[in-house]
Design a protein around this ligand. Structure first.
Ligand code: MG
Length: 160
């Protein structure tokens, strides 16, 4: 029987001067990077949580504990790929994903298509199934003060 599943994800990481900024699976040139046990790719974490949410398999913190040395500095693309395997094991395929990045700086527009391409490749889906949008928060709140970056994600899965 045909069925749909939808999931949402949300993640925040703190910005710190002098760290590499991994976002959407690519290295984005910036003065600051995201602090984390992994590579800090807040976009891929949010998206991974949306996938896990859609199949009701908990969250990435449960699957990849941030106190486990195995995941120290881990490439978040590896975590995203694992989440896609879990989706597949449940018999679902990804219909589409949509992410909204909240960041005052850097301006992300010029990097978005590259991120979409990388994510589509990791997830083994078409680039047209991957949407990434970026917005500022009009200098309001922790994202507006450039203390961190937040990402909301939605994933729609289907099973035939
Ligand atoms: Mg995270």
């Amino acid at each position: 029987m045909f069925s749909y599943r939808i999931g949402n994800g949300f993640d925040v990481h703190r910005l710190e001067a002098g760290l590499p900024l991994w976002l959407g699976g690519i290295l984005v040139p910036h003065t600051h990077g995201l602090v984390a046990h992994s590579d800090g790719d807040v976009l891929l974490h949010s998206l991974s949580d949306a996938l896990l949410g859609a199949v009701a398999l908990g969250d990435i913190g449960a699957h990849f504990p941030d106190n486990d040395p195995v995941f120290k500095g881990v490439d978040s693309k590896v975590l995203l790929a694992r989440c896609c395997e879990l989706v597949k094991e449940k018999g679902y395929v990804v219909d589409n994903v949509d992410c909204t990045v909240l960041a005052e700086r850097p301006k992300l527009r010029q990097y978005i298509d590259q991120m979409r391409g990388v994510i589509a490749k990791v997830m083994a889906i078409d680039i047209d199934q991957v949407s990434i949008k970026a917005t500022t928060t009009e200098r309001l709140g922790f994202t507006g003060r450039e203390e961190g970056i937040a990402v909301y994600s939605t994933a729609l899965l289907k099973k035939f």
